[in-house]
Design a protein. Structure first.
Length: 149
């Protein structure tokens, strides 16, 4: 198995690779539960454990897109504008977020039913723009799919 890191958004049938390089990808799983304490007994009890959605934090630099080096400030700003438009999920359009592609078997690992909770970008350096995205995946299962042939 040869996993290739390839952060990509699939929205309305179109694939959009995130500008790179990606400097951080952090995934946070959380669980809900009820905790109770019995009087005069050590410890506590836990009941009703269920898994919440997943929070995915991505940080990147707008230095390259699809293998093309972005050297001009206008090109980098254009990429930020496109990314901002892509991440807009205000119209209830959810997307899938792809993490890895297995080159040998052409399988993909991804989260589905995703929306954006926050998009932050820094335009203060004319030579390199940076951004961070907080994605919420309603479905906590990391999916595996074989492409249709």
């Amino acid at each position: 198995m040869a996993l290739q890191f390839n952060p990509t958004i699939l929205k309305q049938g179109a694939y959009h690779e995130l500008p790179g390089p990606i400097t951080k990808l952090q995934i946070q799983d959380r669980w809900d539960f009820s905790r109770y304490k019995v009087l005069l007994e050590d410890g506590d009890g836990t009941a009703g454990v269920s898994r919440n959605g997943v929070e995915i934090t991505i940080a990147g630099q707008v230095a390259a897109q699809d293998g093309e080096l972005l050297l001009q400030e206008t090109e980098m700003f254009g990429e930020i504008e496109q990314l901002r438009s892509l991440l807009d999920t205000s119209s209830d359009t959810k997307f899938s977020f792809f993490l890895y592609r297995d080159v040998g078997t052409s399988t993909y690992r991804y989260f589905q039913n995703c929306t954006v909770a926050r998009f932050q970008y820094n335009l203060s350096r004319a030579d390199l723009y940076t951004y961070s995205i907080l994605i919420h995946a309603e479905d906590p299962v990391l999916q595996t799919v074989l492409p249709v042939s």
